[in-house]
Design a protein around this ligand. Structure first.
Ligand SMILES: [Zn+2]
Length: 178
């Protein structure tokens, strides 16, 4: 399975609101598997379809090895995920994003949540997410709404990150040949 190229800041597609998936067929399943391969290769613990330039409400996650390095892989595909409820309790965790490489910052979010989604086979599922999974689901669902984790930082910090990536894009040989 070939990984797909991940788009990074300042790509404006990252700000798009993704559309729901209407029908889960083999094409959608193949794409979800490609997203998982891309996420593992990166490596990362979560990826939203828009991060490979596709504005569809699909996210993939695997936090198993984040909590225990020796654990087996536990890939999760969530199609049209919808967060139903959040806990009042919050937690602060350091986050990063494959679309904002090598930048990490602390973000405060609800500690637990309940999420409804369709799985890879199109079956409706509802789970209680806690720990790293809860943070990861919120981060990825934000992507589907065009939101990035840097939006939770102060304007000053956010502007600094955006500026840095805009400058890098200008200097990179890839864009120089355009
Ligand atoms: Zn991200």
């Amino acid at each position: 399975m070939t990984p797909i190229e991940i788009i990074t800041l300042p790509d404006r597609k990252l700000r798009l609101v993704s559309d729901p998936v209407e029908r889960i067929d083999d094409d959608v399943r193949r794409f979800a598997d490609q997203m998982l391969a891309t996420m593992y290769e990166a490596p990362g613990i979560g990826l939203a379809a828009i991060q490979v330039g596709v504005p569809r409400r699909i996210i993939v996650l695997d936090v198993a090895q984040r909590e225990d390095e020796t654990a087996e892989r536990d890939p999760v595909v969530m199609i049209n995920p919808e967060i139903l409820t959040f806990s009042d309790e919050t937690v602060v965790r350091e986050e990063g994003c494959l679309s904002i490489p090598e930048y990490y910052a602390e973000v405060e979010r609800p500690a637990e949540l309940r999420v409804r989604f369709l799985d890879r086979d199109g079956k409706p599922r509802e789970i209680e997410a806690t720990g790293v999974l809860a943070t990861c689901v919120q981060h990825e669902v934000d992507h589907l709404n065009g939101k990035l984790f840097i939006d939770y930082l102060s304007k000053l910090k956010r502007d600094m990150v955006i500026k840095k990536f805009a400058k890098q894009a200008k200097l990179s040989p890839k864009s120089a040949v355009l």
